[in-house]
Design a protein around this ligand. Sequence first.
Ligand code: PLP
Ligand code: ZN
Length: 457
Amino acid sequence: MSEPSFSASFRCSEGCDFRAALTEVVYRCPRCQGLLEVEHDVAALARRSPDEWKALFDQRFRRGAWPLGSGVWGKKEWVYPELALGNVVSMYEGGSPLLRLDGYARELGLDDVWLKECGVTHSGSFKDLGMTVLVSAVKEMRARGKPIRAVACASTGDTSAALASYCAAAGIPSVVLLPRGKISIAQLVQPISNGALVLELDTDFDGCMKVVQELSAAPDIYLANSMNSLRIEGQKTLSVELVQQLDWTVPDWIVIPGGNLGNASAVGRGFQLMMQLGLVDRLPRLVVAQAQKANPLYRAVAAAGGSPRAGLAVASIAAERTLASAIQIGAPVSARRALRALEALDGIVEQASEQELADAAARADRHGAYACPHTGVALAALEKLASRGVVRKGQRAVVISTAHGLKFSDFKVGYHEQRLGEVAARLGNPSMQVPATLGAVQDAIARRFPAAPGGAR
Ligand SMILES: *Cc1c(COP(=O)(O)O)cnc(C)c1O
Ligand SMILES: [Zn+2]
C-alpha cells in the first residue's frame, strides 16, 4: 500500500505567516512574540476516510509493534508525522482507563459521568502525553546535529517528573526548576530518582517559569514547558482516545482542571481536528475549572460577563497557596489558546474553593475513585454545574483526571485526619486505633455496620 505523505510544521498561533520546521529550536514567533502551534497538512490527512482512521487507531490501540501501541504514537500521523520511529521515546503513555462513576453520578442527580484517568500512566500524570512528543523531538534534533546540551523546565511537580523520566529513558540530560516547598514529596522524588539536575528555587511556579525562559534563551538548553507546542500535540490525543473509548461517540461535556491552560487548549485541538476530518459530527462543551486561589482565567471571563471569548485579556494575578498545587499558577502561558478552545467548544469557566475541591475528591473516592486535588477541582465544578441544572440527567459528562491520587498522599491523609487548616473534612474517614482483641474489632464493626434486623448472624 502506498502511504500518503503527511507533514506538520510550526506556525505562529496569532495568525501572522511565520513558519518553521519542527526540528528548529523555536518557541515563539520571532515577529510578534505569539506562541507557536503545530500546523498539520489537513488536506493530506483528509485523503484517508474517517472510517480508515478509526480502524487504524483501533487496530494499534495498546498492542502490536513498538511504539505504535502507545496512546500517543498510535496516532502518530496526527501528532508528528515526519518523526523517525527510531527516535520515538515512549513509556507506553496513553491508553488510560475511562471509567464510569455510577454511584457518584447518582449522588449528583446525574446518570452518565465518566472519569478519564490520565494519571494512570508511567509518571502518574497526563504530562506524559506531551512529554513523549517533546523528548522524541529533542532526540530527533540531536540526531540531526542540533547541539542540545540539556532539556529544562519549570514545574509544579508533574512536568518535571515526566521530563526527568523520558530524558532518562533517552539518555538526555534534564534540568528541573521547582518552587521550594510547594510540591508533593512524591513529585519531588521522581526527578531525583531519574537523575535530573533538581533545583529548588525560593519562589513560586511563576518565578521558576521566568528563570527557565531566560535560561532557554541559550540555544543549547531546550525549553520543555507547555508554551512549547510539541507537548500540546501529544496531549490532544487524549480527546481522540476518549472518543475512541466511547466507540467514537462524543460526550456532551468535558470538564478539566486548568493551570497554565495548555491541556484545555490541547483537548480543544483534538476535538477540532476530529471534526475537520469527519471522525465526529459535533463538539462537546468544554468546562475549564480553576482553583479559586489561582483563578486568573475565571476572573477575566467573569469580568467579561461570563462567556469566554478568544482575544479576551487575562490579567496575571499572584496565585495563592492551594491544595491543588499543580495549578497554582497566576500567569497562565496558554490563556489565549485556551480561550480560543473555550469559544470553539461553547465553554464555561468555573472555580472551586479549597473546601469544595477537597470534598469533591473525597466524594468521588467514596464511590471508588482516588482523586488528586486537581481532579477534585474539576469534580467540584461538575457538582456546581449539576446543582445549577446546567449539566443535566441524560447528558454524558467526562471529567479529566489529571494525576494519580497516590502522588498526593499528604492531601488525602490531611483531609481524613482533619489537618487541612481551613478545610472541614465533611467526609472524613479517619482510621481507628483499637486493642488487638477479637472483641474490640467486633465492637468496631458493630458500631460502623449495625447488623440488619433479622439478618444472618
Ligand atoms: C499540569 C497539571 C494541571 C494543569 O494543566 P495545564 O495544562 O497547566 O492547565 C492539572 N493537574 C495536574 C495534576 C497537572 O500536573
Ligand atoms: Zn506571529
